[in-house]
Design a protein. Sequence first.
Length: 225
Amino acid sequence: MTRILVVDDEPQIVRALSINLRARHYDVDTAADGASALRAATHHLPDLVVLDLGLPDMEGTDVIRGLRGWTGVPIIVLSGRAESRDKVDALDAGADDYVTKPFGVDELLARIRAVTRRAQPADEAPPAVVIGTHTVDLAAHTVTGGDSEVHLTPTEWQLLEHLLRHPDKLITQRALLQDVWGPQYLTETNYLRQYMARLRRKLEFDPAHPRHLLTEPGMGYRFRP
């Protein structure tokens, strides 16, 4: 059974989440501050953490960094901070996704399902990934299907591979620029816009309304299978 650690200092939110998660057969542990959260994660080894950023004793981003020092457990941030900067800081610290308060339980549950089903290790290429009418083989560097043969440049392959290896995960602009182009290009967000537009034209059925290679405005990009 999947064990979830809920970290929030608002008792009504903790209570509501605990009831809804247990009703769906999740094991639930709770913590009301950052220090308790780090201790609970060490003792109970959760499969996923739902974390508020505004904790009474420390910033939620510090909790994320503390967890990332020893575990890759998925982390979904649940916060009333709606500014893009707060979201980007949390994602850059190591969070996997971000849900803004007030939130719908159904949305949060969908995010939980998305991050917990990522059983594919990040350092192993999936055998094949389907994007619309195309099948992408990362190991062979081939794209098959569709009306014509698709050729990707080395940079397009790098960007696509990074997204496909992390399905359903929101990856920040900064992380993609760092990993694909290098640290000297961290402000060149226009590179990402241009290359993502190219990939959509080559792979999406309707590039103007993509279903798989998605933009999260002001934050980053996500591959949705």
